[in-house]
Design a protein around this ligand. Structure first.
Ligand SMILES: Nc1ncnc2c1ncn2[C@@H]1O[C@H](COP(=O)(O)OP(=O)(O)OP(=O)(O)O)[C@@H](O)[C@H]1O
Length: 696
């Protein structure tokens, strides 16, 4: 289809199906040329791509030997630039100095990552210039230079040079980007880098990658020329000891050239074999040709555009590690392509671990958005919902215009539609995986469950799909592995609701008077231990046609009443009424209504139909200074309980102690319902009661 469209277009516009060397040198170069010829309409991109790509779209890997114009022999990059005029000495921002020092000094075991960081910056810079060329070519001075990353190491000179033909930097940008740490939480970085054993991952996640070159270099020289029209070249030079020099330079090409003069303990990075192995290890999936001393190193395989059966598990792992700047093997991956209703090529990875659980701050979104292999935005907001920020991957859709506003991606209707398709597909994939390997999925949910719970609370649209993935601990088993589907499959024939109880731990749950009647009926109850869980189940509301309700709710009480054998009370109705009247008279500030319970409980009293304890705690967190008065409660008494019967006997003969006992019984019920947080106010009363027991 591309080809047909392009032939039509070329015929119409009189372009020749050229076999010029530029077109043969890879797609990025071809795109450049297309821009020289035309403006940036979608049609033009189709046409040139189709002509430059003779293989089918599904399998358009560019063999390494065709990747670059530079693969001609052992070529070293020379320092041909010349400083013009005087140089200006500037100091690093204080925080930057600290971070620079830490990065340079404390990562000696993982030094090699500096190559990954610099290549990643180079690739980002090229993506930026490519995007600018395709959206506003007039702003770019040089539209001819091919997109490439050249690396050169020299064992004699003890240098390593990394040069890109990317967006480059103006003088101001060099000062801003290289002299300051953009990351606002640099204090946080300093803390984490000290504590975390996986320092290399932290470097990647905090955007301090550039400074890693000071681990290996005693002097760093950076020549850079911004791609924007009219820019001059500059040299930035520093030994990382607090200051840097900037001067104008002539002979600087578009992009950035970093010359690292290696420290004696880092001479290994002047060896070609060492550097080549590191590039292959970390940067094999960079989307632009990388050459080392003139030889092509990487294989450009945009995996997401390939046939999924042609990709090996190792390639997936490598690609994931490249995308996520991490070293683990992903738990799951999904390679998903569709042409209807939208054209989407995508690959998603679910990491095997995440840092949020260690309190390491919020993860950034991890999916990059492309349009026909041109990067629109890395870590794109809005392509997946916020709660799916743990997913890493790539989404490519030719339906997205290159000049889509990157700031407001999440407000874009098309992005929202793509997002919908993707979220649905990812959730379905996880559901399928949960059936394939139950233990693996349960382990995954143990770790990543909080993200899905956040999804239930914040993203109502997906609550049905997400609720199928959640796992709970229940009275059936102490594993945190019961799905709602399994719960439903074990429901009693007369049961049409799912019951939960919020308790601090399992043992309290098992002893709770709210759980007791369910246990007696053999009805399974979900045990929720976190405040957030109650919001989660409240938001789930219904699972299929089964309502999810608290064991403390009216609905639960009605269920318990059904088919319940009539209790025979030891007291007459008149005696009961009189007792309950005494209760409300004696504890008017705590009890609004007292009645005889119908629940089979072994405690003397229980609070019913009350406000959720979780909600109270939440309100307190929201307004910590506001006194949260506890409203008067409805209390049900177990009229066969020995304490209640004795209380009834003694309330007239021993009114003082009976009042104390009643107050304690009510307070005990409030504690059981989680409504009293501070039990200290009971102590004087308990002491009085103890005294009276001992005095007997
Ligand atoms: N080769 C380059 N070309 C153009 N600009 C660059 C280049 N290398 C670095 N920069 C600029 O310097 C900034 C700082 O780079 P650094 O590697 O420290 O962090 P980062 O790239 O922003 O974050 P991360 O390392 O997480 O990708 C970059 O954001 C970019 O603006």
């Amino acid at each position: 289809m591309f080809l047909q469209r392009s032939v039509r277009f070329l015929a119409k516009n009189g372009l020749k199906s050229t076999s010029s060397p530029m077109l043969m040198n890879g797609r990025s170069l071809s795109l450049n040329k297309s821009l020289l010829l035309n403006n940036n309409s979608k049609k033009e991109i189709y046409s040139i791509r189709s002509f430059s790509t003779t293989k089918q779209e599904e399998n358009d890997e560019i063999p390494p030997e065709q990747n670059t114009t530079l693969d001609k022999g052992d070529e070293k990059i020379l320092e041909t630039e010349k400083v013009v005029g005087l140089s200006e000495k500037l100091t690093f921002q204080t925080e930057t100095q600290k971070i620079l020092h830490i990065v340079a000094e404390s990562l000696y075991t993982e030094k090699e990552v500096f190559i990954r960081e610099l290549i990643s910056n180079a690739s980002d810079a090229i993506e930026k210039v490519r995007h600018l060329q395709l959206t506003d070519a007039s702003k770019v001075e040089d539209n001819v230079t091919p997109f490439e990353i050249k690396i050169s190491c020299d064992e004699d000179k003890k240098t390593l040079i990394i040069q890109d033909t990317g967006i480059g930097m103006t003088k101001e940008e060099m000062i801003k980007n290289l002299g300051n740490i953009g990351y606002s939480g640099s204090g946080e970085f300093l803390k984490q880098i000290g504590e975390n054993p996986d320092k290399a991952s932290i470097i990647g996640q905090f955007g301090v990658g550039f400074y890693s070159c000071f681990m290996v270099g005693h002097t760093i020289k950076i020549y850079s020329k911004s791609a924007t029209s009219g820019s001059k070249g500059y040299l930035w030079e520093s030994d990382g000891a607090g200051s840097y020099n900037i001067s104008e330079a002539s002979g600087v090409g578009r992009g950035t050239k970093i010359i690292i003069h290696l420290k004696p303990n880092a001479y290994e990075y002047s060896k070609k074999a060492t550097v080549e192995a590191i590039i292959k290890k970390y940067s094999n999936f960079v989307g632009f040709p990388i050459t080392l001393n003139g030889h092509a190193v990487n294989t450009i395989r945009p995996l997401w555009t390939l046939n999924k059966n042609s990709i090996t598990p190792q390639e997936h792992t490598q690609f994931y590690q490249y995308l996520s700047k991490s070293y683990d093997t992903p738990s799951y991956h999904l390679h998903f392509s569709t042409d209807t209703p939208l054209s989407i090529r995508s690959i998603f990875y679910i990491p095997s671990q995440h840092m949020e659980k260690y309190g390491m701050g919020r993860m950034e979104p991890g999916v990059s958005l492309f349009s026909r292999k041109v990067l629109i935005q890395q870590k794109a907001q809005g392509i997946l919902p916020e709660w799916m920020r743990f997913v890493r991957g790539v989404v490519d859709s030719e339906d997205i215009p290159l000049n889509v506003s990157r700031e407001h991606l999440q407000d874009n209707g098309l992005i929202q539609r793509i997002s919908s398709v993707l979220v649905k597909r990812i959730l379905k994939h996880l559901h399928d995986e949960s059936k394939k390997d139950v233990a693996k999925f349960n382990n995954f949910m143990n770790d990543f469950g909080p993200f899905f719970k956040e999804g239930i609370i914040s993203d109502f649209k997906w609550k049905d799909e997400i609720s199928k993935l959640l796992r709970f601990e229940t009275s059936h088993s102490s594993d945190t592995s019961t799905s709602l589907e399994e719960y439903v499959s074990r429901m009693k024939p007369n049961q049409n609701q799912i019951y939960y109880i919020t308790v601090p731990n399992r043992s309290i749950g098992l002893k709770s008077p709210y759980y007791e009647p369910f246990q007696m009926k053999g009805v399974e109850v979900l045990f929720l231990y976190n405040s957030i869980d109650e919001f989660v189940v409240t938001n789930i509301g219904h699972f299929g046609d089964k309502k999810v309700v608290s064991v403390e709710s009216k609905e639960a009480e009605e269920f318990l009443l059904e088919n319940q054998e009539k209790r025979t009370d030891a007291l007459s109705q008149q005696e009961i009424d009189s007792f309950l009247g005494w209760v409300t008279e004696t504890t008017p500030e705590k009890v609004s209504f007292a009645k005889s319970t119908t629940r089979s409980i072994s405690s003397p009293a229980i609070i019913v139909d009350h406000e959720s304890a979780t909600m109270r705690r939440m309100m307190k967190m929201i307004e910590p200074n506001k006194q949260q008065e506890l409203p008067r409660q409805q209390v049900e008494f177990n009229m066969n309980h020995p304490i209640v019967l004795k209380l009834n006997q003694q309330r007239t003969t021993n009114p003082e102690i009976s009042k104390l006992v009643l107050e304690q019984v009510v307070d005990n019920a409030l504690v059981t319902a989680g409504l009293i947080e501070d039990t200290r106010e009971m102590i004087p009363r308990l002491n009085q009661l103890l005294e009276s027991v001992l005095n007997k």
